[in-house]
Design a protein around this ligand. Structure first.
Ligand SMILES: [Zn+2]
Length: 397
């Protein structure tokens, strides 16, 4: 359950209080369904009449539905409520350096249909196929989809839906939001993959993370990206450019070049591409041998020694960057997502060891946790760009 800071709420103006109350009620339904109006009122300490008015609104908007009666505790049996998850409400598009994933989901973030294809560096080709796939989904699902969320592996300006710079494909100032929106007639929300994944963790992740006011999501994929959650919100910075810690300098002569071209960035030491290069060297596999990071993690999981070593060495470098972030931000938690989260028991010691070693005793230590978003945080992130706005106070106004 997201914690709402009631002290702050009391000083906010009335419209904001209404939005926060709405957020509280909708989250009680989401987390505790089936639940009655009286239970929500009792547990949230909101007035019964306030809860009833909010539930009426949510029913009218098709977000909440009644599912019959619960057990009576004396008087009339209470009517139970749940999220209305009958059909797809969101489409998520995750463009990654290798594959582009497209999926529909219901209001609770459950993926209903999914497809993927190799990402092409020609944006017309990639977004042409994205639009084709979205239209296929819309033809199958009818009118219920309300909005599209898109996550990209680069610098994104969410305020105007523009990809400012995607290094893998050299895309610059590409109006992705407009391209998809004008072809589908649906609103499009765009964000950086790690920011979107942080948002997904905030709304759909484990309670110990979504309860945290401040945490950092570290997305380990072909690159390394970070999403910063500050005071329960994704911190985006000027033009959405915050969180580019993949390019902080942590050493020299990395195993691979960073997506920006440099050999001293964190990403060049700690990304999936860095792990793959270490593995190729250890296993004496040729450069053109097309093993993927996913396959490397699979090999490590079945005990292949070189894959295991490559992954641990990469985790050591990941730990260096994370300890820098902890020293600077002192977050409650750091969440690591991407394929590496599947092999948590293999990398946990290396990761935590580096962090403990580099942080001086007495300084606050954050919990380091694997993401629970599954193997595709950027896709869950893309869906969350749509879904979170249904729950979030700011977008409800
Ligand atoms: Zn870089």
């Amino acid at each position: 359950m997201r914690r709402i800071d009631l002290k702050k709420a009391q000083t906010a103006h009335l419209a904001t209080i209404r939005d926060i109350n709405r957020q509280i009620v909708l989250n009680y339904v989401r987390e505790r369904e089936p639940i009655s109006r009286a239970e929500i009122a009792r547990e949230s300490a909101l007035q019964r009449s306030t809860v009833s008015a909010i539930i009426d609104d949510l029913q009218n908007e098709g977000l909440v539905e009644e599912i019959g009666e619960g057990e009576s505790t004396g008087g009339r049996p209470p009517t139970l409520l749940r999220l209305r998850t009958a059909g797809p409400i969101a489409i998520g598009v995750a463009v990654t350096p290798t594959l582009t994933h497209i999926a529909t989901s219901d209001l609770a973030g459950r993926v209903l249909k999914q497809t993927q294809f190799p990402t092409e560096s020609d944006p017309d080709a990639t977004f042409g196929r994205v639009i084709e796939s979205i239209k296929d989904f819309l033809n199958q699902t009818g009118e219920s989809v309300e909005s599209i969320g898109v996550s990209l592996p680069g610098l994104v300006d969410p305020s105007n839906g523009t990809a400012i710079y995607v290094p893998y494909f050299q895309w610059r100032d590409l109006p992705v939001g407009n391209i998809i929106s004008s072809a589908t007639n649906l609103p499009v929300t765009l964000d950086n993959d790690a920011n979107a994944a942080a948002l997904a963790e905030l709304w759909f992740g484990r309670p110990e993370v979504s309860d945290a006011r401040d945490f950092i999501f570290v997305l380990v994929s072909a690159g390394v990206g970070t999403g910063i959650v500050f005071d329960g919100q994704v911190y985006r910075g000027e033009r959405g450019a915050a969180g580019e810690f993949g390019h902080m300098i942590i050493g020299t002569n990395a195993p691979v070049a960073c997506s920006c071209g440099n050999l001293d960035c964190w990403e060049a030491f700690a990304s999936g591409r860095a792990a793959l290069e270490r593995y190729r060297k250890l296993a004496r596999r040729p450069d053109n041998d097309a093993v993927t990071f996913k396959e490397l993690v699979d090999l490590a999981l079945v005990g292949e020694v070189n894959a295991n070593t490559a992954l641990r060495d990469t985790a050591l470098c990941l730990g260096i960057g994370i300890s820098n972030l902890i020293v600077g931000f002192s977050p409650e938690a750091v969440v690591v997502g991407g394929e590496i989260a599947r092999a948590w028991h293999l990398v946990e010691d290396a990761l935590k060891g580096t962090i403990e070693h580099s942080i001086r005793r007495g300084l606050p230590s954050a919990r380091i946790l694997p993401s629970t978003l599954g193997e595709n945080p950027p896709l869950m992130g893309a869906l969350s760009l749509v879904l979170a706005s249904k729950f979030a106070a700011a977008a409800a106004a």
